[in-house]
Structure formats: C-alpha cells, structure tokens
Design a protein around this ligand. Sequence first.
Ligand SMILES: CC(C)(COP(=O)(O)OP(=O)(O)OC[C@H]1O[C@@H](n2cnc3c(N)ncnc32)[C@H](O)[C@@H]1OP(=O)(O)O)[C@@H](O)C(=O)NCCC(=O)NCCS
Length: 211
Amino acid sequence: MAKPIYIVGAGGLGLEMLALLQSFPEYAASGFYDDQFEKGSLIHGLVCLGNVSELLSISNKTYLLVAIGDPFFKREIIDKINSNTNLEFPTFIHPKATLLQSKEIKIGKGTIITAGAILTTHISIGDFVLINLNSTIGHHVQLQNFVSIMPGVNLAGKVVVEKEVLIGSGANVLNGVTIGLQAKVGSGAVVTKNVLPNQTVVGIPAKPLVK
Ligand SMILES: CC(C)(COP(=O)(O)OP(=O)(O)OC[C@H]1O[C@@H](n2cnc3c(N)ncnc32)[C@H](O)[C@@H]1OP(=O)(O)O)[C@@H](O)C(=O)NCCC(=O)NCCS
C-alpha cells in the first residue's frame, strides 16, 4: 500500500512537487502543511492540514516533502520541525533525471532532483537540496545543505555551492567557482569568479547587485 506523504509549502513549487509525486507510486500525496492557508481548506485538490508548527506534535512516523524554493526560508522551516524524530524526509530523484555514475554521487535526505536534470560523477549533495528541471551538474561539484538550483542552471566541474545558496534559473557557473553561504545568483547570470557569502550577483559576467 502507498505510504501517505505530506507536502510542506502549497505554492507553485508545492503544486510541481505534487506532479513529481505522480512518478512515485509508493507514496500517496495526502495533503499540505502551509502557514498561509486555512486548516481544512482545499489547495490543488488536497486538504490543508494546518500550519507548519502542527508538525511538531505528530507522534507517528510521517513522510514529508518540503516544497520551499527560498533556501533561507527552507532552512528556517526545517530547523523548526526537525526536532520531531517522527518526521521523515525521503529523497526523490525523478525517473527522468540522469545520474551518469550514481555510485559516485552522494545525496542527502530530503533532497529533490527533478525531471531533466543531468549529474555526471564525483558529486556531493547535502540535505534538503533542490535541483530543478533541466539543470546540469558537473564533476566534483559540491552542493551543501538547503541549496536551491532553479531550472536550466549549468554548474561546471568543481563548483562549490555553500549552504543556503539560491541559483536563479538559466544561470551558468564556470569551472572551480565557489558561491558563498546564503549568496544569490540571479537568473541568466554567468558566474566567472567566486561569490562572497550573502552577496547577490547578476548579469554577464556576474557582478554584485547594487540597489
Ligand atoms: C537576483 C535576484 C535574487 C534579485 O532579487 P531582489 O534582490 O529581490 O532584486 P529586485 O527584484 O529588487 O531587483 C533589483 C534590481 O536588479 C535587477 N535584477 C533582478 N534580477 C536580475 C537578474 N537576474 N539579472 C539582471 N538584473 C536583475 C532588477 O531589474 C532591479 O534593477 P533596477 O534597480 O534597475 O530596477 C532575483 O531577481 C533573481 O534572479 N532570482 C531568481 C529567481 C528564479 O530563478 N526563480 C525561478 C523560479 S522557478
């Protein structure tokens, strides 16, 4: 029998994760948890079971998929609920993602790799990482916990992406670049040099965003 799984976050990514779960018949999507919706309301055809804090009092084994794109917010939510050892966070690798040498690719819990992603070899991926549609991840890349890679990103070999980094859709990161803790890379950027922690870079070549 399929195991019930609940999606944390009922926005656009939550809807896409609901679609992703169609490829995993061992799980049955059974509802959302989200602070923005009223308990009992219907979202994307499923019930909202309450806000995220309610997950703290769950006393039986419960599977969750965290569908939050913003890395900082994702980490905050997980910090809030992680103390409840009844909560389990499976890893999902869509059947249409390609891992060229899977025994040389380490992947942490709660990580999601969506359709069309291609990963080569000697790659290390932490917990709660999102690798979104059609992204490519080269050799010896490290993706630390809570990183979100948006659709169509290309990471060349030996790129290091530190914790809680967001890489916007269609960005390219050149060989050997390190992207520092909580940095953001804008959509369409070409990153040729290291990015400092907390910095936002945009453009070609990517430069710090000055507001
Ligand atoms: C780079 C980014 C993080 C900046 O977000 P922000 O700090 O909220 O910045 P703002 O939207 O306030 O924009 C500030 C300025 O940067 C510019 N800018 C924003 N994103 C840019 C980008 N990717 N490339 C070039 N310029 C960009 C804006 O036009 C604005 O310029 P202005 O001051 O001259 O009007 C964000 O724009 C981005 O690209 N996020 C990725 C989103 C994504 O990939 N989503 C995928 C969903 S599936």
